[in-house]
Design a protein around this ligand. Structure first.
Ligand code: ADP
Length: 219
């Protein structure tokens, strides 16, 4: 199977970080910005870096945007540009367009003009940071929906030597254990007889409303 190709339009802090990460992961990346300076900064990391105004459909075609399976529009400040570019990309038939929104209204407009995924980096990072701040033992927090999250927590020392049945986080907190991270090992969907060890990390899924109780007892 041929590997996916990605496009990143707008190489500010967010866009350049997306472009560099995709490249580090081994993917081909076409990076575009109207600022020569921004293009210079990423040109050594990505497959193609182009200085161009992405609101121009012909230019986008000429630089080969249609070869990209997915494109990220990473323009926050100049909202009109991000909206126009998102619209053009969808009209050009790009399968999946990711667009960064500066605020809720911007996000709504991006969705209306066809963005497949709207991301709010500042808002999403804010949620993550706040959740980490209130719970020292929470290592990772993934907001799945308004109702559900996935959490990674260090087990409290009192859990070591106990089985999953004995700690019963499902009955106590309404959380299900998806996996246990044990050093390099990952125990997926552990049985109820699995004995927890010092240093284990639990990967849990559950309702956000039950999160407070878990955090009070374990966090
Ligand atoms: P961040 O907050 O992630 O730094 P910015 O909104 O500040 O994001 O950066 C957006 C980037 O998008 C800038 O580098 C800017 O030059 C670029 N940009 C804005 N409009 C266009 C356009 N029409 N075509 C190409 N690049 C653009």
């Amino acid at each position: 199977m041929e590997s996916k190709q990605f496009g990143v339009i707008g190489l500010g802090r967010f866009g350049s970080s997306v472009a560099k990460t995709l490249s580090d992961l081994g993917y081909e990346v076409l990076a575009i910005d109207s600022s020569e300076e921004r293009v210079e900064e990423v040109k050594d990391f990505v497959t193609h870096a182009v200085c161009a105004d992405a609101t121009d459909e012909q230019t986008l075609k000429a630089v080969g945007i249609k070869n990209c399976d997915e494109v990220v529009v990473a323009i926050g400040q100049e909202m009109h540009n991000s909206i126009l570019i998102t619209l053009i990309l969808k009209e050009l038939g790009i399968k999946k367009v990711w667009a960064k929104a500066q605020n809720d209204l911007h996000g709504k407009i991006l969705a209306k003009v066809g963005a497949d995924v709207v991301v709010y980096p500042e808002k999403e990072m804010g949620v993550k940071v706040a959740n980490k701040m209130v719970a020292n033992n929470i290592l990772e927090f993934i907001d799945l929906s308004d109702e559900y999250s996935i959490l990674e927590i260090n087990i409290p020392p009192r859990y070591a030597g106990k089985t999953i049945k004995e700690i019963d986080v499902r009955a106590k907190y309404g959380f299900t254990i998806l996996a246990i991270k044990r050093g390099e090992q990952l125990v997926i969907s552990p049985s109820s007889d699995e004995v927890l060890q010092v240093g284990d990390i639990l990967v849990l899924i559950g309702r956000n409303e039950n999160f407070k109780k878990l955090e009070r007892d374990i966090g």
